[in-house]
Design a protein around this ligand. Structure first.
Ligand code: NAP
Length: 309
């Protein structure tokens, strides 16, 4: 199937790109391996997106999807992408279903996946006490003590969220200083159900049928904490591996972009959490999607003009 623009990923960055490209009358398709919304679906309340003092992540996702569809964006959700290739000037997206989508322009908005700790017990107890999503799994831990691993925005914000179910949340961080924004730290510190275990390296998660304990090293001593669950928020691995063709990226796999967010490959833009940038916020993702959509539109128009001349 041929398009003007293919957008890979249906989080805020991809949906903004979809809205703009469709509204500029381009033949645009957006593919996502799951439901529309990306990280919004793992977020309970959004309160830092201008214009929405507070809104559920899932509700904002639905609104963004509906808004983009309204302008004619073709949405293919639950359609996993196998790989992205380039043939001459054409960008080729091969779906796991075997179908191929082709277009001169491609906007990569595939975000990323949670980083794993890589410790004993993490894989074994995944879904049996180990989780990477508080909104998805928090309610299974009513009245239990939980450990949250990490010191960034996600760990502190999700730790705070988990106290609506858990009797106590222990946030375990490897350094003495948290990386999270001060407003999130202040809120967590004011929450009587939260305590911080700092300069502690988590070494193992243990249990029988389910998680019973987390083991960490602190000040040269090995300690054990009895918990019913361990929520891990130690960062994010960008989904840049879908490219079959080389696209410049940094050492962590984040795609490098220029001024208008084009990558090292002409006709491919990268937006949102998959690209190297200072911050990963909904507002910046939406801005990225907008910039790339306008640049992609100019690119497609120039190709059409050149073909007509
Ligand atoms: P992050 O900011 O990269 O923080 C990851 C945390 O995990 C850091 O504290 C890091 O420790 C720790 N860590 C990394 N590898 C570890 C390991 N192997 N063992 C133990 N600890 C480890 O990731 P994030 O919190 O998932 O956030 C990702 C992005 O989303 C950020 O840009 C964030 O701003 C954004 N976000 C924003 C909000 C919001 O604005 N409300 C909410 C969630 C996420 P060190 O500090 O020692 O490096």
């Amino acid at each position: 199937m041929n398009y003007d623009v293919i957008i890979v990923g249906g989080g805020p960055a991809g949906l903004a790109a979809g809205l703009y490209t469709a509204r500029m009358n381009l033949k645009a398709v957006l593919v996502d391996r799951g439901a529309l919304g990306g990280q919004l679906l793992n977020t309970e309340l959004v309160e830092d997106y201008p214009g929405f003092e507070t809104i559920l992540g899932s509700e904002l996702a639905t609104k963004m999807g509906d808004h983009a569809r309204k302008f004619g964006l073709e949405v293919r959700d639950f359609e996993p992408v196998l790989e992205i290739d380039v043939e001459g000037n054409t960008k080729v997206v091969r779906l796991e279903s075997g179908e191929e989508l082709r277009a001169p322009a491609l906007i990569m908005a595939a975000g990323g996946l949670p980083r794993y700790l890589g410790i004993p017990g993490e894989k074994e107890f995944w879904g049996r006490g180990v989780s990477y999503c508080a909104v998805c799994d928090g309610a299974f831990f009513k009245g239990q003590e939980l450990a949250v691993v990490g010191g960034g925005d996600a760990a502190v914000e999700e730790g705070d969220f988990l106290t609506r179910y858990a009797s106590r949340v222990h946030i375990i961080h490897r350094r003495n200083e948290l990386r999270a924004q001060p407003i999130l730290i202040d809120r967590a510190r004011a929450n009587v159900k939260i305590d911080f275990i700092l300069e502690a390296a988590v070494k193992e998660i243990s249990g029988t049928e389910k998680v019973h304990a987390v083991h960490y090293e602190q000040g040269g001593q090995t300690k054990e904490l009895n918990v019913g669950g361990v929520f891990i928020f130690v960062g994010f691995v960008p989904n840049s591996g879908l490219f079959k063709v080389h696209v410049d990226h940094d050492e962590a796999g984040y795609i490098l972009t220029g001024r208008d967010l084009q990558t090292s490959v002409e006709g491919i833009w990268a937006v949102g959490d998959v690209r190297a940038q200072l911050t990963k916020q909904i507002a910046t993702a939406v801005g990225d999607g907008t910039t790339a959509a306008v640049a992609a539109s100019m690119y497609v128009t120039s190709l059409k003009d050149a073909a007509r001349a």
